[in-house]
Design a protein around this ligand. Structure first.
Ligand SMILES: [Zn+2]
Length: 116
């Protein structure tokens, strides 16, 4: 059983929550000026890293509020949970927490390629 620490309610079982995908995806300021390809990139393309990932979560069966989390996708460990009005934590804060069970590189396996 995985517990998630809702910033509004405290620790609850993961089954009460829903994942909302990647966090901090900026909406284009001028969407009508984008090409279909660029709009498609914005709407459909997301990172899928093995390692540190910034995600949105919602406490679906609780307070129904959205929040952000930093999760290590290789171990399903929540490293930090923060409210939407909090600043995005710097990734350097978490690099030392990564422990790859298979001994693979914990960071730098193409997870943070520069977005176009
Ligand atoms: Zn809650």
């Amino acid at each position: 059983m995985i517990l998630i620490n809702c910033p509004y309610c405290g620790e609850r079982e993961q089954s009460e929550f829903s994942n909302g995908g990647e966090a901090h995806v900026a909406r284009p300021k001028n969407p009508e000026a984008l090409s279909d390809k660029d709009w498609g990139q914005y709407v459909f393309y997301r990172s899928n890293p093995k390692g540190i990932f910034y995600e949105r979560w919602v406490h679906t069966h609780g307070c129904r509020k959205w929040f952000n989390a930093v999760r290590d996708t290789s171990t399903d460990t929540f490293l930090k949970i923060y409210r939407l009005d909090d600043n995005r934590p710097d990734i350097s804060e978490f690099k030392s927490t990564l422990k790859s069970p298979s001994g693979e590189p914990s960071v730098g396996s193409g997870n943070f390629a520069v977005k176009k």
